[in-house]
Design a protein around this ligand. Structure first.
Ligand SMILES: Cc1cc2nc3c(=O)[nH]c(=O)nc-3n(C[C@H](O)[C@H](O)[C@H](O)COP(=O)(O)OP(=O)(O)OC[C@H]3O[C@@H](n4cnc5c(N)ncnc54)[C@H](O)[C@@H]3O)c2cc1C
Length: 461
């Protein structure tokens, strides 16, 4: 069957059109960018991606890509580019014998698990249900139980792409393998457009349990010292976070320790949580000790913590392994600028202690720290964004670098890769996209082009 005609909406078309709606369609952050693509193509057929790139090359402009629309800084919206929106490409095709799933990049973690979980499988996608696997996997992907299961991008066995020259290619360990290397951690600098991922799935653990303890912020030091000390030797099914937040129904900032465990039986789950349950500091305001949960329940909690139609500013750092983590993060956890904002510490050991697989994703430490600053009114923009900048100015010197997925290179740059991986990545980008057809890293003024990022520290004053 012939492909349908290219569905394109031009910025300068006369009369009524959907340009503004499509420009920011599905952009999660309510702060919409002042950047205006030349046209938007809502691809409904893989050939549309190829046609879009060929058109951009003919017009000598760039393309940009939107999969799930969850980039905090709306990287898909670029001045004068042809924006390729992949929402209309739907594919989730599971090979049950090989437990490999083929999925289109706009597939969300929740969509994927809806298909996999009933088959006794799962995919450790983003913690929020509606994050697209496109942007998530390309950045490395801090998915469920990343602490123990490793980076989500390690599950990519192959991908189909359209190159900057408009050619459709399959990439695997044996074909065009340097594009597979890039797809595991290049983030928005991936020098092609992914139209399909081939992903290893994992056996779905039979049960999920959780323990959650909420404390007044006055005992921040006790709780943080405890959780950072106990996490490295905790059971390999345990995902462990500490969160500074204002819980629903309370009026003060608190610190929450939250452990989710993935296990084969109820008794194994209780056993995995027991050392944490038994050693927890006294004085909690809320205690949920070893309770059954599910991926669906956890998605609900995550979606509640990250509400739609809100303004967001995220930033993050991998805190050095030998740092006084409790001291370094104290200000962030105790001075949140809005009751919907939260600060996160995410234990990464033992993943952070293995030799990294050979892939672009190459930066990590035992301690992942992120700010998810959430607010409602535009009049709070300067205050909330200024708070993030001030916190990061103090935290950054104690960090190794940062994760692409929670970063905005217009505001702050740091190391996102090892020096060797960064040099290889920037050179592969120039090999595969010598003219800079695929919009890469959105830095200040969108100027990085084929040079990419310099993998150095920089904070906008
Ligand atoms: C509420 C929320 C929760 C999150 N939770 C997590 C989490 O648990 N773990 C985590 O690691 N991250 C998380 N993130 C960060 C998230 O992974 C990134 O924002 C990611 O970019 C989202 O992917 P997307 O496809 O939805 O975004 P998009 O905005 O569609 O894509 C971002 C960019 O990635 C590139 N890209 C996307 N698709 C393609 C493609 N097919 N081909 C080539 N380039 C492409 C493009 O440069 C694009 O502009 C979260 C973000 C939000 C908003």
């Amino acid at each position: 069957m012939a492909a349908p005609a290219l569905p394109i909406v031009w910025k300068d078309a006369a009369g009524e059109n959907n340009y503004e709606k499509e420009r920011v369609d599905r952009i999660f952050n309510a702060i919409k960018p002042n950047r205006y693509p030349r046209a938007i193509i809502k691809a409904t057929h893989p050939s549309h991606v190829q046609e879009a790139v060929q058109l951009a090359n003919k017009l000598q402009c760039r393309v940009s890509v939107r999969s799930g629309g969850h980039s905090w800084a709306a990287w898909s919206v670029r001045d004068d580019a042809i924006l390729i929106d992949l929402e209309g490409l739907h594919e989730i095709d599971l090979d049950e014998d090989k437990t490999i799933v083929k999925a289109s990049p706009s597939t969300t973690g929740a969509m994927l698990n809806e298909v996999l979980v009933p088959k006794g499988l799962m995919f450790g996608g983003g913690h929020c249900p509606d994050v697209g696997i496109g942007g998530f996997l390309l950045q490395g992907g801090m998915g469920w139980n990343c602490k123990n299961w490793g980076w989500a991008c390690e599950q990519i066995v192959a991908l189909d792409v359209v190159t900057a020259a408009g050619e459709a290619l399959h990439c695997s360990e044996t074909e065009n393998s340097d594009l597979l290397w890039c797809a595991r951690g290049a983030g928005p600098g991936f020098p092609a457009i992914v139209t399909r991922f081939y992903l290893k799935t994992r056996q779905r653990p039979a049960v999920m349990y959780r323990s959650t303890f909420i404390y007044p912020i006055s005992v921040y030091k006790t709780v943080m010292d405890w959780i950072t000390k106990i996490s490295p030797t905790s059971d390999p099914g345990n995902e462990i976070v500490a969160v500074g937040l204002t819980p629903k129904g309370m009026n003060e900032i608190c610190i929450m320790a939250h452990i989710v465990t993935f296990q084969e039986s109820e008794s194994a789950a209780r056993e995995a949580l027991r050392p944490l349950d038994e050693s927890r500091p006294v004085g909690a305001l809320v205690e949920l000790v070893s309770q059954p949960t599910s991926i669906a329940d956890q998605y609900v909690d995550q979606a509640h913590a990250n509400p739609e139609n809100h303004r967001y500013c995220a930033d993050n750092a991998y805190i050095k392994n030998d740092a006084d983590v409790t001291g370094v993060l104290e200000k962030a956890f105790t001075s949140l600028p809005h009751r919907k904002s939260f600060a996160l510490w995410f234990s990464m050991v033992p993943t952070s202690r293995r030799p990294m697989p050979d892939m672009a994703c190459s930066m990590q430490s035992d301690h992942y720290f992120a700010l998810y600053t959430v607010w409602e009114d535009a009049e709070d923009d300067v205050r909330c964004q200024g708070w993030v900048k001030n916190i990061m100015r103090e935290v950054a010197p104690m960090s190794e670098g940062a994760y692409l997925g929670d970063s905005d290179f217009q505001v702050r740059r740091t190391k996102f890769w090892s020096d060797a991986a960064a040099a290889k990545l920037m050179s592969l980008r120039r090999k595969w996209d010598p003219k800079g057809t695929v919009s890469g890293y959105l830095d200040e003024g969108d100027a990085s082009g084929t040079e990419g990022l310099d993998n150095q520290n920089w904070i906008k004053s």
